[in-house]
Design a protein around this ligand. Structure first.
Ligand code: HEC
Length: 213
């Protein structure tokens, strides 16, 4: 993981310096807000790299705006504050808010760990899948029931590598993708109805195994 960071550009360097400072103070509570921000709020606020920070007055004013877009934040000042912090972090660093995640060695997520990467209501998922080298991969999902879902695979510098709507078959969705730029990657899933994902995996695959689409 670290050799990838060393190769990446200045944006990521800032990210690393900042992560120690911000994350130290109990990053765990940020898991939910990071997921909410990067699914619900990201629809409009993704990659807002203005550098122009918002201040506490803006926080008070924006509270109703935040609740309008995510009613799970109603009456939850802590969550609202975290969402605000995450937006400011993105503006200042032009990067996803850093969460210390243990990436499973086989890159297979399931159970509680995967559940915690979803909004409790709509089951929107935001899963940091760690740093990927150049090459051909496959994203594999197993769903609790069949549905259509919009899938996105985004780089740490907000390049959208995959964005499409997929319909599961036999409760599975498999999406081949190609990494050209080594770096951190994120998977985002918007199911049409709140369907739980029971397994998510990133697997390597041979280049010529990618079916034509
Ligand atoms: C449908 C689009 C949309 C969604 C979804 C959305 N926002 Fe906004 N938000 C805006 C717009 C437009 C503005 C006003 C323009 C600006 O200042 O960027 C704004 C302004 C804000 C502001 C105050 C101004 C600033 O930039 O600091 C905050 C804070 C904020 N949004 C947080 C959130 C959070 C947190 C969520 C998720 C719960 C969210 N927004 C979801 C569109 C959206």
């Amino acid at each position: 993981m670290n050799q990838i960071h060393a190769r990446a550009g200045s944006c990521l360097a800032l990210f690393l310096i900042f992560s120690g400072a911000v994350v130290g103070a109990g990053y765990k509570s940020f898991t939910r807000s990071v997921v909410v921000f990067n699914t619900v709020c990201a629809k409009c606020h993704e990659a807002q790299c203005s550098g122009r920070l918002s201040f506490d007055e803006d926080f008070e004013v924006s509270s109703s705006h935040v609740v309008r877009h995510y009613d799970g934040a109603a009456g939850n000042k802590q969550l609202q504050k975290e969402l605000f912090t995450i937006l400011n972090y993105m503006k200042a660093n032009c990067a996803y808010y850093p969460v210390q995640q243990h990436i499973p060695p086989q890159r297979i997520w399931y159970g509680e760990k995967l559940d915690s990467q979803a909004t409790p209501e709509e089951k929107y998922y935001f899963v940091p899948v760690g740093s990927l080298d150049q090459g051909a991969y496959r994203l594999e999902l197993s769903l609790a029931e069949n549905t259509k879902a919009t899938l996105q695979i985004v780089s740490g510098t907000f390049d959208m590598m995959v964005e499409d709507c997929y319909e599961s078959r036999e409760q599975r969705i498999v999406v081949p993708f190609q990494v050209e730029e080594p770096g951190e990657y994120y998977v985002r899933i918007y199911p049409r109805k709140p369907v739980r994902i029971v397994r998510l995996a990133i697997a390597r695959q041979k280049k010529d195994a990618i079916p034509a689409r």
